[in-house]
Design a protein around this ligand. Sequence first.
Ligand code: SF4
Length: 215
Amino acid sequence: MSLPSSTSPYQTVEWAISTYHDLVMTTGLNLSGLVLLDIAVSAGYKGDVVFVNTSFHFPETLELWANLQRKYPEPNFITLEPETETGYLFETDPVRCCQINKVSPLDRYLARTRPTALLNARTRESSQTRSSLVLVEDGDPARINPLIEMTRKDLEVYSVEHSIDKHPLYENGFLSMGCWPCTKAVRNGEDPRSGRFAGQGRTECGMWGTIGITR
Ligand code: SF4
């Protein structure tokens, strides 16, 4: 089955499921991730859905993660955790904090499972640094980005039409969800990713630079 030149998110996910039998999905529980999970489940996805519990998530995030596992019985939900406690390292060395608490757990998981492709919920609109995203990024693993064309409005419409519960803090301006020490609400019109790592000179945690993936 080849990927049509013009394809909906659902068709892209269907294509990915049939093309990569070891397809893996990661999620940060942002609105796009919740929409992608719903699309994937409706397209028959039964693979791993991976979430890294850094131990610095908002309680609402962990509650949402638990609710998703009740809502969708078919995928294999996996919670990754860091091997060591870092305490308040985010105050003195946030890059190292991300490395230990986010990047390394995912690295270990990917090194163990060696999937050939990852399903990813990033959209072009979500950040200036993501504006040139393409549908399929070749690599080992490849990254499939079915939602690249979706706007925040599209995601919100989908969530209403498919009865998806948004993150409880979304309506308070937390448009991109991360750990509580490094996430703040954004105002209308601001880059959603600007609420992440504010004052740290970065908008990404480094997760997607892992295991031979370049970006
Ligand atoms: S986002 Fe902040 S608290 Fe979370 S792992 Fe990175 S530096 Fe640490």
